[in-house]
Design a protein around this ligand. Structure first.
Ligand SMILES: NC(=O)c1ccc[n+]([C@@H]2O[C@H](COP(=O)([O-])OP(=O)(O)OC[C@H]3O[C@@H](n4cnc5c(N)ncnc54)[C@H](O)[C@@H]3O)[C@@H](O)[C@H]2O)c1
Length: 254
């Protein structure tokens, strides 16, 4: 897709994979809106490439609706939406202090799963009003971010894996339903990617995680995620599928 002057939205675009993806789309000429709960970081990122930074809690109906309204007003309905906003909270079902905190579980589901669906539903509605473009006459593409934890969740990842499993399961029905509007829906399931979410871990833990990746035996780079996003945008046959981006890692129970 020729992205020049097309509108693109990246949630969680202030940090990590979202931030690198926002810059990559802007470098291809897209007008990019960075939506993030961290308003200052969203604005700073958008300022790097002349984009729009918008404070948005993806899990909140009103916050996301007003953010998408701003996107439409300032850069037009998006042709590309990349859902990167997410949080990782670990906790055992039976922890040292008793059963898993239900509020924590709900929070992870709210941000990672409901937040993804919230942005998908709102942006799909505005995307459906765009003109048809491209060889196959489509309108655009929505790319979600799951995790390999959707498939091989570790001990302590009950909440996170549940939320990402929901994103995986959302992909096909959303692609099927939005097909009549010429909107594709894809999901990327990253393995271990070097972002602030992972770099908070002690260096030894990072090294031991990297050693578990069959090949290449290292953490992934956020640029490798952004490059897959670009390929998905450009390859119209990719639809309704989840792609693991993980160097063949299959995470162990712990
Ligand atoms: N880093 C990894 O190894 C890895 C692996 C698998 C999946 N993922 C997933 O990839 C996505 C991006 O992760 P990352 O590693 O770049 O993380 P990150 O922490 O660097 O970036 C996440 C961004 O999401 C924003 N955010 C958090 N809650 C939000 C909310 N309610 N509304 C709007 N924005 C919110 C944060 O402010 C942050 O800018 C996440 O969904 C994460 O679960 C990451």
């Amino acid at each position: 897709m020729d992205l020049r002057n097309q509108s693109a939205v990246v949630t969680g675009g202030a940090s990590g994979m979202g931030a690198v993806t926002a810059s990559a789309l802007a470098a291809r000429g897209a007008r990019v809106a960075v939506l993030d709960i961290n308003q200052t970081a969203a604005q700073d990122k958008a300022d790097e490439f002349g984009g729009v930074g918008i404070a948005c809690d993806v899990a909140d109906a009103e916050s996301a609706a007003s953010a998408v309204e701003r996107v439409v007003a300032e850069i037009g309905p998006p042709r590309v939406v990349v859902n990167c906003a997410g949080i990782a909270l670990a906790g055992r079902i039976i922890g040292r202090d008793g059963p898993h905190d239900l509020g924590q579980y709900q929070k992870v589901i709210n941000v990672n799963l409901i937040g993804t669906f919230n942005v998908l539903r709102l942006t799909a509605a505005t995307m459906s009003e765009l003109d048809l473009i491209g060889d196959s006459g489509g309108r655009g593409v929505i790319i979600n971010t799951a995790s390999v934890a959707a498939y091989d969740g570790q001990i302590g990842q009950a909440a996170y894996s549940s939320s990402k499993g929901g994103v995986v399961a959302l992909t096909l029905p959303a692609a099927r339903e939005l097909a009549r509007f010429g909107i594709r829906v894809m999901t990327i399931a990253p393995g271990l990617i070097k972002t602030p979410m992972l770099s908070g871990l002690p260096k030894e833990v990072q090294e031991s995680l990297a050693d578990q990746v069959p090949f290449p035996p290292r953490l992934g780079e956020p640029e490798e995620y952004a490059s897959l996003v670009e390929h998905i945008i450009d390859n119209e046959m990719l639809n309704g599928e989840v792609i693991r981006l993980d160097g063949a890692i299959r995470m162990q129970p712990k």
